[in-house]
Design a binder for this molecule. Structure first.
Ligand code: SAH
Length: 375
């Protein structure tokens, strides 16, 4: 059995933000500032062994050894793509595994982090959705993904920064795992943690309106919204959550989020699906929505996966769609597909979800029926 499989009664220090760690140290009868010393060992030097923390007194080290542990997720498998995108499959308690992806570019390095094992939202064009939902990740399992990548990269916050951005765009819906995600994002932005600027940590949501408001109250991070369609009828087909929180309400929450901070733009993700949402009239509808708030659009060429009914839009259609938006003054980028040769591109992350729902079996049945149909 691996360390992560064993239920331990020790405090896993990766589970706490700075204040939480100070509380743990206070509970152990120690001075809270000692927690900050230890935090630096963990996130700046990637040390998990208390014995190696040489500026921490011997007595405290022994006490920590007895009551605490620092256990990042275990790497089960890792793979590098031809374009240097790096993907980790990380083992979680209970036999499931999740995926984390590092995307290096000339001026930045972005880590795409998962928040849940599987996802319950069932967006029809997303591979993670076909896996069903297993459980929320703990804060340690979320920040642990950053830890594993930072250690692999030899990242040193403030000095040798390889990891400059984190996007909560991996598996799962981060706003449905609110407390753990907020705590992990706090460590990402803490100087004693990974030291990232607020705007370099992005949370992406399918649009949970009340939780967007709640996020605005507690954390100052960049917000991305998975829009994918410019009208309710189409959006409900692609993102079933739209039935509960239709576009007008979603944009209202985005306006409130943006109004809380200066010079903030909300990013709207729009996966380009051939013949479904990529027509010029869709672009014109989208312009009207984007004019309602400070926004930019990220067009994502659809990444295919086994059993999907969708196809990627033609390159020319994506360009035309972008041009219509740009001509109307809507800042629009096309996201370059990275890591698709190792199934690390947007929407291709599936990990190994031990499914507690029946969705995966349903999906397989549909695929088989579809295959029969096509034959
Ligand atoms: N649940 C959150 C976080 C996931 S982010 C959210 O919905 O925002 C992953 C991003 O990739 C989302 O914008 C998602 O809609 C998009 N995506 C999902 N499947 C995709 C696919 N097959 N091809 C391209 N983009 C996809």
């Amino acid at each position: 059995m691996s360390a992560v499989d064993q239920r331990s009664s020790k405090f896993n220090l990766l589970d706490y933000d700075r204040q939480g760690l100070r509380d743990v140290f206070a509970q152990l009868g120690e001075k809270p500032y000692r927690a900050e010393q230890v935090m630096k060992w963990i996130y700046h030097r990637h040390v998990t062994d208390f014995a190696a923390m040489t500026d921490v007194g011997r007595a405290l080290r022994d006490k920590l050894e007895a009551a605490c542990e620092i256990v990042p997720p275990k790497t089960m498998f890792e793979k590098q793509s031809a374009d240097a995108t790096h993907k980790w499959l990380l083992g979680m308690d209970g036999g499931s595994a999740i995926e984390t992806v590092f995307i290096p570019e000339s001026t930045r390095g972005t880590l795409c982090v998962s928040s849940q094992i599987g996802c319950g939202l069932n967006c029809t064009f997303c591979s993670t959705g076909t896996q069903g939902f297993n459980r929320n990740l703990s804060a340690a399992e979320i920040i642990g993904q950053v830890f594993v990548a930072a250690k692999h990269l030899g990242n040193v916050p403030h000095r040798q920064r390889k990891l400059t951005n984190v996007v909560m765009m991996g598996m799962g819906e981060p706003l449905l795992n609110f407390d753990n995600v907020v705590r992990a994002m706090s460590v990402m932005r803490d100087d004693l943690g990974f030291g990232l600027a607020n705007k370099r940590v992005t949370l992406s949501t399918a649009g949970l309106v009340p939780m967007i408001d709640k996020l605005g109250e507690v954390a100052d991070v960049s917000l991305a919204v998975s829009l994918h369609a410019p009208n309710d009828e189409l959006r409900t087909q692609l993102v079933p959550l739209n039935k509960k929180y239709p576009i007008a309400e979603l944009l209202g929450a985005c306006q409130r989020y943006a109004a809380r901070r200066q010079r903030t733009t909300i990013t709207f993700e729009y996966t380009m699906l051939k013949g479904i949402n990529d027509r010029p009239e869709h672009a014109r509808q989208l312009i009207k929505l984007m004019r309602q708030l400070p926004s930019k659009v990220n067009l994502i060429p659809f990444n295919t996966f086994a059993g999907t009914q969708y196809e990627r839009s033609d390159e020319g259609d994506i360009r035309d769609f972008q041009t219509i938006l740009l001509d109307a003054g809507v800042l629009t980028m096309v996201r370059r597909t990275r890591g698709d040769d190792i199934d690390a591109a947007c929407g291709q992350l599936k990990g190994q979800v031990v499914d507690r729902t029946r969705r995966q079996a349903d999906f397989r049945r549909r695929v088989e029926e579809g295959a029969k149909h096509a034959a």
